[in-house]
Write a protein that binds this ligand. Sequence first.
Ligand SMILES: Cc1cc2nc3c(=O)[nH]c(=O)nc-3n(C[C@H](O)[C@H](O)[C@H](O)COP(=O)(O)OP(=O)(O)OC[C@H]3O[C@@H](n4cnc5c(N)ncnc54)[C@H](O)[C@@H]3O)c2cc1C
Length: 110
Amino acid sequence: MVGNAAQTLHPIAGQGFNLGLRDVVTLAEELANAFHEEQDIGEMPMLQAYLTRREPDRDATVAMTSGLVHGFSNTTAPLILGRNFGLAAMSVCSELKAPLLKRAMGLVER
Ligand SMILES: Cc1cc2nc3c(=O)[nH]c(=O)nc-3n(C[C@H](O)[C@H](O)[C@H](O)COP(=O)(O)OP(=O)(O)OC[C@H]3O[C@@H](n4cnc5c(N)ncnc54)[C@H](O)[C@@H]3O)c2cc1C
Protein backbone atom coordinates (compact mmCIF):
# COMPACT_ATOMS: atom_id res chain seq x y z
CA MET A 1 0.00 0.00 0.00
CA VAL A 2 2.96 2.34 0.40
CA GLY A 3 6.27 3.13 -1.29
CA ASN A 4 7.74 1.11 -4.11
CA ALA A 5 5.41 -1.81 -3.46
CA ALA A 6 2.50 0.48 -4.36
CA GLN A 7 4.12 2.38 -7.23
CA THR A 8 7.49 1.94 -8.88
CA LEU A 9 8.82 5.17 -10.29
CA HIS A 10 11.71 5.68 -12.63
CA PRO A 11 14.61 6.85 -10.41
CA ILE A 12 14.97 10.04 -12.46
CA ALA A 13 14.46 13.13 -10.28
CA GLY A 14 14.69 11.02 -7.11
CA GLN A 15 11.04 11.04 -6.09
CA GLY A 16 10.29 7.47 -4.92
CA PHE A 17 11.39 7.76 -1.32
CA ASN A 18 9.69 11.14 -0.87
CA LEU A 19 6.46 9.79 -2.37
CA GLY A 20 6.70 6.73 -0.08
CA LEU A 21 7.07 8.99 2.98
CA ARG A 22 3.94 10.91 1.97
CA ASP A 23 2.14 7.54 1.61
CA VAL A 24 3.21 6.51 5.12
CA VAL A 25 2.18 9.80 6.76
CA THR A 26 -1.22 9.74 5.04
CA LEU A 27 -1.85 6.10 5.95
CA ALA A 28 -0.94 6.84 9.58
CA GLU A 29 -3.40 9.77 9.61
CA GLU A 30 -6.20 7.65 8.15
CA LEU A 31 -5.50 4.83 10.65
CA ALA A 32 -5.55 7.32 13.55
CA ASN A 33 -8.82 8.86 12.30
CA ALA A 34 -10.47 5.46 11.97
CA PHE A 35 -9.23 4.45 15.42
CA HIS A 36 -10.60 7.64 17.04
CA GLU A 37 -13.94 7.12 15.32
CA GLU A 38 -13.94 3.51 16.60
CA GLN A 39 -14.03 2.10 13.07
CA ASP A 40 -12.41 -1.17 12.05
CA ILE A 41 -9.02 -0.10 10.69
CA GLY A 42 -8.98 -3.06 8.29
CA GLU A 43 -12.31 -2.18 6.71
CA MET A 44 -12.53 -1.10 3.07
CA PRO A 45 -13.83 2.47 3.71
CA MET A 46 -10.68 3.36 5.64
CA LEU A 47 -8.43 1.87 2.97
CA GLN A 48 -10.48 3.52 0.23
CA ALA A 49 -10.17 6.93 1.96
CA TYR A 50 -6.39 6.46 2.04
CA LEU A 51 -6.23 5.41 -1.63
CA THR A 52 -8.45 8.31 -2.71
CA ARG A 53 -6.27 10.82 -0.85
CA ARG A 54 -3.07 9.46 -2.38
CA GLU A 55 -4.25 9.22 -5.98
CA PRO A 56 -3.67 12.83 -7.17
CA ASP A 57 -0.14 13.05 -5.72
CA ARG A 58 0.82 9.63 -7.09
CA ASP A 59 -0.58 10.35 -10.53
CA ALA A 60 1.14 13.75 -10.73
CA THR A 61 4.50 12.33 -9.56
CA VAL A 62 4.32 9.40 -11.99
CA ALA A 63 3.38 11.83 -14.78
CA MET A 64 6.35 14.09 -13.94
CA THR A 65 8.97 11.30 -13.78
CA SER A 66 7.61 9.51 -16.87
CA GLY A 67 7.39 12.83 -18.71
CA LEU A 68 11.03 13.61 -17.95
CA VAL A 69 12.18 10.14 -19.07
CA HIS A 70 10.25 10.25 -22.31
CA GLY A 71 10.97 13.92 -23.02
CA PHE A 72 14.72 13.65 -22.50
CA SER A 73 15.31 10.21 -24.08
CA ASN A 74 13.71 11.18 -27.36
CA THR A 75 16.15 12.31 -30.07
CA THR A 76 13.75 13.73 -32.65
CA ALA A 77 14.78 17.27 -33.58
CA PRO A 78 11.48 19.07 -32.76
CA LEU A 79 11.45 17.51 -29.30
CA ILE A 80 15.10 18.45 -28.64
CA LEU A 81 14.29 22.00 -29.73
CA GLY A 82 11.13 22.06 -27.63
CA ARG A 83 12.76 20.83 -24.44
CA ASN A 84 15.73 23.18 -24.83
CA PHE A 85 13.30 26.04 -25.32
CA GLY A 86 11.31 24.85 -22.30
CA LEU A 87 14.41 24.68 -20.09
CA ALA A 88 15.58 28.11 -21.24
CA ALA A 89 12.11 29.55 -20.56
CA MET A 90 12.09 28.00 -17.08
CA SER A 91 15.54 29.38 -16.27
CA VAL A 92 14.39 32.97 -16.93
CA CYS A 93 10.80 32.70 -15.65
CA SER A 94 10.35 31.60 -12.06
CA GLU A 95 6.56 31.23 -12.53
CA LEU A 96 7.23 28.46 -15.08
CA LYS A 97 9.88 26.82 -12.90
CA ALA A 98 7.98 26.93 -9.58
CA PRO A 99 5.47 24.07 -10.15
CA LEU A 100 8.20 21.62 -11.20
CA LEU A 101 10.47 22.70 -8.33
CA LYS A 102 7.69 22.40 -5.76
CA ARG A 103 6.83 18.89 -6.87
CA ALA A 104 10.50 17.86 -7.01
CA MET A 105 10.95 19.16 -3.44
CA GLY A 106 7.81 17.38 -2.27
CA LEU A 107 6.02 20.66 -1.43
CA VAL A 108 2.68 19.33 -2.63
CA GLU A 109 -0.83 18.63 -1.37
CA ARG A 110 -1.06 15.29 0.35
C1 LIG B 1 19.50 5.05 -8.35
C2 LIG B 1 18.32 5.48 -7.50
C3 LIG B 1 18.34 6.73 -6.91
C4 LIG B 1 17.26 7.18 -6.15
N1 LIG B 1 17.29 8.42 -5.58
C5 LIG B 1 16.25 8.87 -4.87
C6 LIG B 1 16.26 10.19 -4.30
O1 LIG B 1 17.21 10.95 -4.42
N2 LIG B 1 15.16 10.59 -3.60
C7 LIG B 1 14.05 9.78 -3.44
O2 LIG B 1 13.06 10.21 -2.82
N3 LIG B 1 14.04 8.51 -3.96
C8 LIG B 1 15.09 8.04 -4.65
N4 LIG B 1 15.08 6.77 -5.19
C9 LIG B 1 13.91 5.92 -4.97
C10 LIG B 1 13.95 5.27 -3.57
O3 LIG B 1 15.19 4.61 -3.36
C11 LIG B 1 12.81 4.26 -3.44
O4 LIG B 1 11.60 4.81 -3.92
C12 LIG B 1 12.63 3.85 -1.98
O5 LIG B 1 13.80 3.24 -1.50
C13 LIG B 1 11.45 2.92 -1.84
O6 LIG B 1 11.38 2.49 -0.49
P1 LIG B 1 10.53 1.25 -0.12
O7 LIG B 1 10.75 1.04 1.35
O8 LIG B 1 9.12 1.42 -0.59
O9 LIG B 1 11.11 0.04 -0.97
P2 LIG B 1 12.58 -0.58 -0.94
O10 LIG B 1 13.59 0.42 -0.53
O11 LIG B 1 12.72 -1.30 -2.25
O12 LIG B 1 12.48 -1.64 0.24
C14 LIG B 1 11.84 -2.88 0.08
C15 LIG B 1 12.55 -3.88 0.98
O13 LIG B 1 11.82 -5.11 1.00
C16 LIG B 1 12.74 -6.16 0.87
N5 LIG B 1 12.01 -7.30 0.28
C17 LIG B 1 11.61 -7.46 -1.01
N6 LIG B 1 10.95 -8.61 -1.14
C18 LIG B 1 10.91 -9.20 0.08
C19 LIG B 1 10.37 -10.41 0.58
N7 LIG B 1 9.71 -11.25 -0.20
N8 LIG B 1 10.53 -10.67 1.89
C20 LIG B 1 11.18 -9.80 2.71
N9 LIG B 1 11.73 -8.65 2.29
C21 LIG B 1 11.60 -8.36 1.00
C22 LIG B 1 13.85 -5.65 -0.01
O14 LIG B 1 15.05 -6.38 0.18
C23 LIG B 1 13.98 -4.20 0.52
O15 LIG B 1 14.84 -4.11 1.63
C24 LIG B 1 16.16 6.31 -5.95
C25 LIG B 1 16.15 5.03 -6.52
C26 LIG B 1 17.22 4.62 -7.29
C27 LIG B 1 17.20 3.22 -7.88
